[in-house]
Design a protein. Structure first.
Lengths: 250, 482
């Protein structure tokens, strides 16, 4: 589904990604781990098409299609979803209104009619129950005054609403207490299917107790330096990132 | 990667020509340019006015001659040459129309282009309209329903002829002839406008609506509106404006007076979309308006405005809270783009006891425009327990525009409570990217953000007007701000 080939990207002439190769197939969960500053968030931003990052070499493919020339919204229309590490506030725009706009713009781009209001309501009800979200929450302004946990839960709610092909969860566990973590992970697990894929970006192994990855990759200085199964995450937890650093510097 | 940055947006926005920039070719009856007492008399005569009205105009004109143009506003423009303006222009067809069939089809076409065809409006929630095109009312609908309730809704010219006592009693009582330079000019040469009277205890069953439109090149527009809500009555009044794209600057100096007697309520909503000039800042309407309302005991006046047009705006819809327990409200969205300049706000004059006022102002600046909020909250010495809450928010797009806030507070009563909040924010790239990532294209994202920012005010507009206002916000910031 997702293919990344020799991806190099820089921001303000500073190279951050230095040749990433990754393949994610439908039905798989991949975890990308690594120390601070290794390029984890940059990777997610580049896949989503954030124009603040310049791709200097390499390509990203979704279902065989080169994404290079596609805008962020076009990528979203093709089923890429990014759960932000720091979701922004949009004052005066309710969660419901935002979701309605997002869903209908996506449908429009894919040549479909707008979603009828009753269907929308049904979908909202269903997905808010899945994420244990109080309906009142949905009429609040997007992310405005939300707690860290509420923001993250709202990200996963949006993911549930949009049903993406590829979901990238960027540090979704940060700022979550253990109950919220469980709810969020539960939501992600229920949304998982044979047709979609999830990439979990995280610093800690904690989230991976709940969302169990098929593959774990370690990112260091803009490259994937180690890949393995879920046991790699435990190894990292035990030995810390210094182990990777030492191995790389040696 | 197809890059579509805020800069691209700005360029697109600047290239966006005025959507309603068309010109209706209707034969007009226009006076020669210039202003003197003879012209003032001629206007009065043309309108078949009684002597007292002519005298009132002359008195105003003499006062105006002694006055100088105010310069305190935060706007810069070439002052109009008042001797180069024609002070009267009316579509040639003189007689009033009994039905819409008789109205000049071209005129109706104009309204169709605006997407506000009269038929459509008629169907819409029972909106009665008094349409003012270049100064003369050409069609009035729903008059019958209104007259059954004793409501008078007609052109001010007609009111001067048919209801001279009411006009005489109230005209100039809230905005005196000598109030300011432009009010004096308006008092001398006002061409037409609307008059509305709601009798005691009557709740006006429909929104009253007027569409103003400047249509002759070089014709100043001097509208005069007088709304009187008698004791315990209620009226919601809508005013919407668009103008065709013209090359020279057009002067507009309207006066609106509202009188809310004991226990009465007036809701006055405006959507203003006059030609703002082209992207180089050439042309566009000068909008120097005086709007003021007087509240007697327990009365309430709400001003809601959505200002997207005009090259230069100078406008402060105000409330004089004379009666005890009276309430004044001001809700405003002002959008400026390219070289537009707006200096707008309100005055809340608290004279009575327990008077309350609320001010919510939302300024949106794009391009190279300058957007200023100027407000005065004044608490008189007898105004025990007066309350005011003001909130002024500014939203900036790009790095070339400006937002300014000038709040003045004067309190002569120690029991007064006055609150003022102000914020300034920018549409962030991160906000736009967030929307993009959810599949929302940039233009739509900006519209969403702007609408969210303006929501508190949009919510105050009557439903059918809110839709139009939202459309206008999108048009005036299309490319850059929705």
């Amino acid at each position: 589904m997702l293919q990344i080939k020799n991806l190099h990207a820089s921001v303000e002439d500073k190279e951050i990604l230095r040749g990433i190769n990754l393949e994610v197939k439908a039905g798989e969960v991949h975890a990308i781990m690594g120390p601070n500053g290794s390029g984890k968030s940059t990777l997610s931003a580049v896949i989503a098409g954030n124009e603040n990052y310049e791709v200097t070499d390499g390509k990203v493919f979704l279902d065989g299609e080169d994404l290079s020339d596609l805008s962020p919204e076009e990528r979203a229309h093709k089923g890429i979803f990014l759960s932000f590490q720091y979701p922004v506030e949009i004052p005066g725009v309710s969660v419901t209104n935002f979701m309605k706009t997002a869903i209908n713009e996506t449908r429009k781009a894919n040549g479909k009619e707008e979603m009828p209001a009753n269907e929308m309501l049904k979908l909202i009800r269903e997905k808010s129950e899945l994420l244990e979200i109080d309906r009142k929450f949905l009429s609040r302004s997007l992310n405005e005054g939300f707690s860290g946990g509420e923001k993250k839960r709202n990200e996963i709610f949006q993911m549930a609403m949009l049903e993406p092909k590829l979901a990238i969860l960027d540090e979704t566990d940060s700022g979550l207490d253990i109950d919220a973590l469980r709810i969020v992970a539960n939501g992600v697990n229920k949304l998982k299917s044979e047709k979609n894929a999830v990439v979990v970006i995280t610093h800690y192994q904690r989230l991976l107790d709940y969302i169990v990855p098929d593959f774990v990759h370690v990112l260091y200085k803009g490259k994937i330096v180690k890949s393995g199964g879920k046991e790699l995450a435990y190894e990292l937890e035990e030995k810390g990132y210094d182990w990777i650093k030492q191995e790389q510097e040696a | 990667m197809s890059k579509y940055t805020e800069d691209d947006l700005k360029i697109e926005l600047e290239n966006k020509e005025y959507e309603y920039g068309f010109y209706t070719d209707i034969e007009s009856d226009t006076f020669p340019v210039g202003l003197n007492e003879d012209i003032v008399r001629a206007i009065s005569k043309r309108k078949e006015e009684p002597q007292w009205m002519t005298d009132w105009r002359i008195e105003s004109f003499r006062a105006w001659k002694e006055m100088t143009e105010p310069e305190w506003a935060n706007v810069h423009y070439e002052k109009p040459d008042f001797q180069a303006i024609s002070y009267y222009s009316a579509p040639k067809s003189k007689s009033k129309y009994a039905s819409l069939d008789e109205v000049d089809p071209e005129l109706l076409e104009t309204f169709k282009k605006l997407g506000i065809s009269i038929d459509e409006q008629k169907a819409l929630a029972g909106v009665a309209m008094d349409i003012v095109v270049d100064s003369v009312s050409v069609a009035t609908t729903f008059k019958k329903t209104l007259s059954e309730k004793g409501i008078i809704f007609c052109s001010i010219s007609e009111a001067i002829r048919e209801y001279p006592d009411l006009v005489k009693q109230y005209l100039g009582t809230v905005v005196p002839q000598k109030d300011n330079f432009y009010a004096a000019l308006n008092s001398a040469v006002f061409s037409d406008g609307s008059f509305c009277y709601i009798p005691k205890g009557v709740r006006c069953p429909m929104e009253l609506s007027t569409y103003f439109r400047i249509n002759q090149a070089g014709t100043g527009q001097f509208e005069r509106t007088l709304v009187i809500a008698d004791q315990g009555s209620y009226v919601s009044y809508l005013e919407g404006c668009t103008a065709p794209s013209r090359d020279e600057n057009q002067l507009h100096a309207a006066v609106v007076e509202l009188i809310a007697l004991d226990d009465a309520e007036i809701k006055y909503s405006t959507v203003q979309n006059w030609y703002p000039g082209n992207k180089e800042g050439h042309g566009g309407v000068f909008n120097f308006v005086t709007k003021r309302g007087l509240c007697e005991k327990n009365a309430k006046i709400s001003w809601t405005q959505v200002e997207t047009g005009s090259a230069v705006t100078w406008k402060y819809p105000s409330c004089v809270l004379k009666g005890d327990n009276s309430v004044g409200e001001f809700y405003s969205i002002a959008v400026t783009n390219n070289f537009q300049q707006a200096d707008t706000g309100t005055k809340m004059i608290h004279l009575g006891k327990n008077t309350k006022s609320t001010i919510i102002s939302k300024g949106i600046s794009a391009g190279k425009s300058q957007n200023s909020y100027r407000g005065l909250v004044q608490i008189g010495s007898r105004a025990e327990n007066a309350r005011n809450f003001s909130q002024c928010d500014s939203l900036l797009m790009g790095n070339n525009c400006g937002a300014h806030t000038f709040p003045y507070i004067e309190s002569k009563n120690p029991s007064a409570k006055i609150e003022h909040e102000a914020t300034t924010s920018k549409i962030g790239e991160d906000q736009v990217f967030y929307c993009n990532q959810r599949g929302i294209p940039t233009e739509k994202a900006i519209a969403l953000i702007v609408n969210g920012f303006s929501k508190d005010v949009l919510n105050k507009l009557p439903m059918e007007f809110a839709v139009e206002a939202q459309k206008l916000l999108e048009i005036s910031l299309e490319g850059s701000v929705g």
